[in-house]
Design a protein around this ligand. Sequence first.
Ligand code: 1GP
Length: 250
Amino acid sequence: MTGDKVESYLKSELKKKNALLFVLIDSEASNIEASSDLAKNVEKIGASAILVGGSSATDQIEMAQVVKGIKKGLTIPIILFPGNVTGVVPDADAILFSSLMNSENPYFITQAQALGAPSVLKFGLEPLPTAYLVIGDGTSAWFVGSARGIPFEKPKIAAAYSLAAQFLGMRFVYLEAGSGAKSSVTPEMVKTVRHAFNGFLIVGGGIRDEKTAKSIVDAGADALVIGTFLEKGGSLTKLEEIAKAIQSSN
Ligand code: 1GP
């Protein structure tokens, strides 16, 4: 895919479905063969994209191999989800070109982006301009990204950041509770952000059941990211139920 193909694809998918499911594959948590099988299986059950990366995936060579491996025979796009410049690898379709807006370290707001941008261009990755907001604390994304986590019970702060992201020209907001988070972002926060932000709203971290997934989508999320549930052996049948629940219209 080239140009703005992935962004257009996501928008057209969204017109057909109520909300989209993205599955996160941590290149350090499973081998190439297992990742490839998983990607094909989640495509079959209705996932709209595969994300590869995360804040704890730092081995660039391994990540490049995983992306190359899962690409074969896959129709849905592979979107990189980098935790650092090491998350920029060839052969993917797009990248969540993210600024961790509530980091205390400018490296994660603009510097890593400057260091990674030439490779994004060189590899022909479609950059999806994303405000990455870490909610709560104690997770890897929070720690590694030196985030000043937005408290779960302060939806207006998340909305203010999202509005700022929109004014800065970002077309995606990712509300991140952190991989394996005990609790996901609240529907109330999603709703408040949805009122403020016009673009594509991604929510992830700690989502592992249909009821939670549905409540976040009903509050206005456009896509949900699920990773740990499958890594910890969650069944594809249950994931399919989650996919169906969020994709069917209200
Ligand atoms: C983490 O939002 C993603 O960056 C997915 O979270 O691993 O908890 O599903 P989980």
